[in-house]
Design a protein around this ligand. Structure first.
Ligand SMILES: Nc1ncnc2c1ncn2[C@@H]1O[C@H](COP(=O)(O)OP(=O)(O)OP(=O)(O)O)[C@@H](O)[C@H]1O
Ligand SMILES: [Mg+2]
Length: 652
């Protein structure tokens, strides 16, 4: 049976005027088990013919059948399959992958043919051992002599069975001793049933063959047989690759994926600095996105908790037209009656009128300037203030204008620098005696104006009637029932007071709406800065694409070798895509790590609030970087997979 049949094969190179006719009506067949030498001078078209026989290149016209199949009817992947499973190539320059040890170079065709990892390593080792390389299994090609490398490439050719062995000048780069050795191995393989075709310009090499075909200027000029074909040539057991079970196919795919992954890691590690520099864009991009989001969330949380400490669900009513109204201090519009009427509204939980004034505070022989706040008994609940010593005043005491005072932590520290019990002591504010009944806890979180003011709290009745004599109050704080929407309450309350006063001579501050405003403001900021950071991610992605394009160019020959031993387009695509995605994911992880580092440094220098990292933003960052890997890795990976194997192989 003929394993190959060539019928009027023509090959042209170039276009238009540069079009050259390299192979001219080449017609011959090779039967199974034969040993053929194709001989001819340099430039006669031997390699071109060999590439067509090896399904690495296609003829311009004519019919070529291999194992009965017309190659014209096969697509690139089917051709790759054919190469992988039937043909073993031996190149003049060995074409071993520089980063893989002998065993793995040998096993490569089996990866693409779908053989399990254990099985293929065992087979590769056995083949290498047969060829006398048992002590070189783990060596890289650079650690082997030319003859040894050529033996590794023979082992690789045999890996998937090597039904048809194609050797293009296999001895060309070797000294005569190693050359003889290689030819003896090929002769031996032929005697075991392998069909061997050798291309050479050397008659000594051709003498090993049973049949010599000579070509000149692309034409067959002689075809002579020196040894007859044996009657019953041994047949190598056909390896069964056809229609494996789904499970086997999936297993093989998983194995190929694993292999592609490993190769990608190797490729990244082979150029550590370059990989790191490539990742830098991604690292900076991811680190800034994650940090900005964490910073935004952290500051937002801080502000919100500060606002919460102002009291939850409260509405403050001040005289004047708004914050910064310079006359608001002098405008006297709010009265205790206003507060009382507000207190009777359904939607109001509690109300406290506030009155404040600043004056000298005297305790024994210490005089300080303090702010007196006349408040209702509910003020402390509304403002979430807690007691440290003593107690707060009661509703009865407010009604009875009791001369009691609660002082804050600042005042306590000023008046009682050596500590001790303040409760029961008497202080003078505007020369009016007030008895201290309680001291407030230090307020950790503060929002708004300076916190150094000394504050003394007394019932508003006491403040109005005994101390200031004022008929008006400086503000009203209303706590809204939980079931009521703060905005609705604010609207109602504004309408009510406007009606009472005849005009709106006051303004309201709703902690809830402040909270919302701040939330949306920090949200917008975060979005904005994240957007800028995103641009750096894209720049990083372009960097990745650039380096992948370089990587593909650099490894064109490697791609060619992989294709020659049976890698399909999707295998090549997969490998480069994995590499790009891997670079981006590692960059992403390093970016997150860097951002955490920023957080640690930040927490050392900035006290008060921490960066709030959210797993969500990190996940998004990782997804982003994988996505960038896929997007920017795709074009280089596709370029690689679309390479013509023969062009790839001839690239230096
Ligand atoms: N891709 C190509 N484009 C244009 N011309 C080509 C191409 N490949 C080969 N040729 C030409 O085809 C002719 C045959 O080349 P080929 O490589 O087949 O020669 P060869 O017989 O193998 O020679 P050698 O013994 O030096 O290896 C040469 O003249 C070469 O210049
Ligand atoms: Mg050649």
């Amino acid at each position: 049976m003929n394993i190959i049949e060539l019928h009027k094969i023509n090959k042209f190179f170039g276009e238009g005027e540069n079009r050259v006719h390299i192979l001219k009506d080449v017609t011959f067949s090779v039967s199974d088990g034969d040993f053929v030498a194709i001989i001819g001078q340099s430039g006669s078209g031997k390699s071109t013919l060999m590439n067509i026989i090896g399904c690495l290149d296609v003829q311009t016209s004519g019919i070529y059948r291999i194992a009965g199949r017309d190659t014209n009817a096969l697509n690139p992947d089917q051709l790759a399959d054919l190469r992988g499973k039937y043909i073993g190539f031996i190149f003049q320059r060995y074409n071993l992958l520089a980063t893989l040890p002998a065993t793995e170079n040998t096993a490569l065709p089996a990866v693409y043919a779908g053989m399990g990892a254990k099985e293929r390593t065992a087979r590769a080792d056995a083949l290498l051992t047969d060829l006398g390389l048992h002590n070189k299994l783990g060596n890289l090609p650079s650690e082997l002599s030319g003859g040894q490398q050529q033996r590794v490439s023979i082992a690789r050719a045999l890996m998937n069975g090597g039904h048809l062995i194609l050797a293009d000048e296999p001895t060309g780069a070797l000294d005569s001793k190693s050359g003889e050795n290689v030819m003896e191995i090929l002769t031996d393989l032929n005697s075991k049933g392998h069909t061997v075709i050798v291309v050479t310009h050397d008659h000594n090499v051709a003498n090993y063959a049973s049949r010599v075909i000579e070509i000149r200027d692309g034409e067959v000029i002689s075809d002579t047989r020196s040894r007859p074909m044996p009657e019953n040539p041994p047949v190598i057991a056909a390896r069964h690759f056809e229609s494996p079970s789904l499970r086997d196919r999936l297993g093989a795919r998983a194995d190929q994926f694993k292999e592609a992954f490993r190769m990608s890691v190797q490729a990244i590690l082979a150029h550590k600095l370059r990989s790191l520099l490539t990742m830098l864009g991604i690292i900076i991009g991811i680190a800034s996105v994650v940090s900005v989001v964490a910073l935004g969330r952290g500051s937002q949380a801080k502000i919100i908790s500060d606002i919460s400490s102002m009291g939850t669900n409260t509405i403050d009513i001040f005289p004047g037209e708004g914050f910064g109204d310079r006359h608001s201090g002098r405008i006297k519009t709010l009265t205790v009656d206003d507060a009382e009427i507000l207190g009777k509204q359904m939607y109001v939980d509690s109300v406290t009128p506030n009155i404040s004034g600043t004056s000298d505070l005297v305790y024994r022989n210490t005089t300080v300037t303090a702010q007196l706040n006349g408040v209702g008994e509910q003020y402390f609940t509304v403002k979430a203030l807690e007691i440290d010593q003593g107690r707060l005043f009661t509703a009865e005491e407010v009604k009875a204008n009791a001369s009691y005072a609660v002082i804050d932590d600042n005042t306590y520290k000023k008046l009682f620098p050596s500590g001790g019990d303040a409760v029961g002591e008497t202080i003078l504010f505007k020369r009016k005696p007030l008895k201290i009944i309680g001291v407030l806890k230090k307020q950790e979180k503060t929002f708004g104006p300076s916190t150094d003011t000394l504050k003394v709290y007394t019932p508003y009745t006491t403040a109005m009637r005994k101390i200031t004599g004022d008929k008006h109050i400086s503000s009203i704080t209303a706590k809204i029932r939980d079931s009521v929407m703060p905005l609705m309450a604010e609207k109602n309350l504004t309408a009510l007071l406007t009606a009472r006063h005849g005009k709106q001579d006051f303004f309201t501050i709703n902690t809830d709406s402040i909270k919302k405003t701040i939330e949306s403001a920090t949200g917008t900021m975060t979005l904005l800065i994240s957007g800028i950071a995103l641009i750096s991610l894209i720049v990083g992605g372009i960097g990745v694409m650039n380096i992948m394009l370089v990587s593909v160019t650099e490894r064109t020959r490697e791609i060619g070798v992989r294709m020659a031993v049976g890698a399909k387009r999707k295998n090549i695509l997969e490998q480069f895509l994995i590499e790009a995605v891997l670079i981006c994911i590692i960059g992403g992880i390093l970016g997150i790590a860097m951002s955490r580092l920023v957080g640690v440094v930040f927490s050392v220098f900035v006290t008060g609030f921490v960066m709030a990292y959210s797993p969500g933003s990190m996940l998004v960052a990782m997804a982003c970087s994988s996505f960038i890997g896929i997007v920017f890795g795709f074009i280089p990976a596709r370029n690689a997979s679309r390479l013509n194997p023969i062009e790839a192989l001839s690239r230096e």
